[in-house]
Design a protein around this ligand. Structure first.
Ligand code: PGA
Length: 240
């Protein structure tokens, strides 16, 4: 794992965007794996600004998001689909048919998981996967204890994850209890991974990631077994 040290959230966002833009310009038809949450918002702002000013195009880029809440349709403002529309998709020239996010209101969620996984593989897998990390070490919504062999599946969200995400909802009890997430094996098949980590509240997770053992109890630890992972970590997350 390569650690890229940055000062703060803004610098993390700029560095992440710089890497993504370089990859998109080099391979305009690449498959990009995207994440939601507070961490990548600044990165998406940088991508949008670059799209407007430097005209990097996403017309031929295909995207797959990591996860979606079960029970929320794309029209719900709390869905990850709505998050992505607002922070990125509506602001760049990506084509609707090239955007993929699990359908949280599919009538057959199990089938949705299988088809989502197949679709990723049909596109040749993910070229560059953007990841955040939960305080409990989750990547995507793969909570502690998830098998490293997992592909796209249904998860029961950890109480700590629901609590952390309550800030995006009116009431904490509105946070869905279940989600669809791509699996750890799916993430590990990505050709390149970029993990973003910022803020003091992620310091323990950063320490565990760098110093801990590879263990299913801390899902992000699996990244140590991947050949091409960069972690962009700010001073507050690194604690130095
Ligand atoms: P956050 O979430 O970016 O909102 O901190 C990250 C994650 O849970 O993966």
């Amino acid at each position: 794992m390569r650690i890229i040290k940055v000062k703060d959230y803004d610098e993390m966002s700029k560095k992440a965007a710089e890497i993504i833009i370089e990859r998109v310009r080099r391979a305009p038809d690449m498959v990009l794996g995207l994440a939601t949450g507070g961490t990548p918002i600044g990165t998406y702002q940088e991508l949008v600004s670059d799209h407007v000013h430097a005209e990097t195009s996403y017309r031929n880029v295909t995207t797959f998001n990591l996860d979606e809440y079960i029970g929320l349709s794309g029209e719900s403002s709390h869905s990850y689909r709505a998050f992505m529309n607002k922070h990125l998709f509506e602001l760049i020239d990506i084509l609707e048919e090239n955007i993929h996010i699990p359908n949280g209101v599919s009538e057959d969620i199990q089938k949705e998981c299988i088809e989502y996984e197949e679709l990723i593989q049909k596109h040749g897998g993910i070229d560059l996967q953007i990841l955040g990390i939960g305080q409990n070490g989750h990547i995507g919504f793969n909570e502690p204890g998830t098998s490293f062999e997992s592909t796209t599946h249904i998860v029961e969200l950890d109480p700590s994850t629901r609590e952390a995400n309550a800030r995006f909802f009116k009431n904490s009890e509105d946070v869905p209890e279940k989600a669809i997430t791509i699996g750890i094996a799916t993430i590990m098949r990505s050709k390149e991974i970029l993990l973003l980590i910022s803020g003091e509240q992620k310091r323990a997770a950063f320490k565990q990631l760098v110093n801990g053992e590879v263990d299913e109890k801390f899902p992000a630890s699996v990244l140590k077994k991947h050949q091409n992972v960069s972690i962009i970590a700010d001073d507050a997350a690194r604690g130095d």
